[in-house]
Design a protein around this ligand. Structure first.
Ligand SMILES: [Cu+2]
Length: 195
């Protein structure tokens, strides 16, 4: 009887340990609950705004409020590097998740730079565009745009330290390449202070 009780206790302890340990690992993998990017104008521009990125079950939820835009649609992307050292936005690298510059095999070979966790996720959307290509911002005649969307298959952890860019015009497919014109606003994605 005593042996049975000890065994039961051990099993319970094991489950408790697995639950706590498992929970911690999962939390770390998923990343911070909220990220924020404060968009500042690039050289000779006036576009600014705030982008919040929330960790949700399906991936990440983006909520953007941007002002100082020209009327109409503007390319809006997550770029690979959070390097704003060039005031025109020249050092932010390609769109996040862009595989177009590499030979894409069956999707198994993984020799690219960046964090290893990047490779375990799909790098492109179903339409073939990079995961970092968000819905365009559409500004009204007051120059303001509000955009919300969920990007499936991304974690906040993958986005910390990258950047968000607003372009001068809409996403246009020109000679098989996406082009959205000069960069008008940029911000680094960081961990938000939450209450
Ligand atoms: Cu871009």
């Amino acid at each position: 009887m005593k042996a049975n009780f000890t065994l039961l206790l051990l099993v319970l302890l094991l489950f408790a340990a697995l639950w706590i340990f498992g929970g911690q690992v999962k939390e770390e993998d998923l990343g911070p609950s909220t990220l924020i990017a404060t968009l500042i104008p690039t050289k000779d521009n006036k576009t600014n705004g705030i982008v919040k990125i929330y960790r949700v079950k399906e991936g990440v939820k983006i909520i953007a409020d941007v002002q100082g835009l020209s009327l109409g649609a503007h390319g809006f992307h997550i770029h690979k590097y959070g390097d704003l050292s060039n005031d025109t936005g020249a050092n932010v690298g390609p769109h996040y998740g862009d595989m177009s510059s590499k030979t894409e095999s069956s999707g198994q070979s993984e020799g690219s730079e960046g964090s290893g966790s990047e490779g375990s996720n799909k790098r492109t959307r179903p339409d073939g565009r990079p995961l970092g290509d968000m819905k365009m911002l559409v500004a009204d005649d007051s120059g303001k745009a509000h955009m919300e969307m969920v990007i499936h298959g991304l974690t906040t952890q993958q986005l910390v330290g990258r950047s968000i860019l607003v372009h001068a015009h809409e996403d246009r497919l020109e000679d098989g390449k996406w082009n959205s014109g000069p960069k008008v606003s940029m911000g680094v994605i960081g961990i938000a202070k939450t209450e």
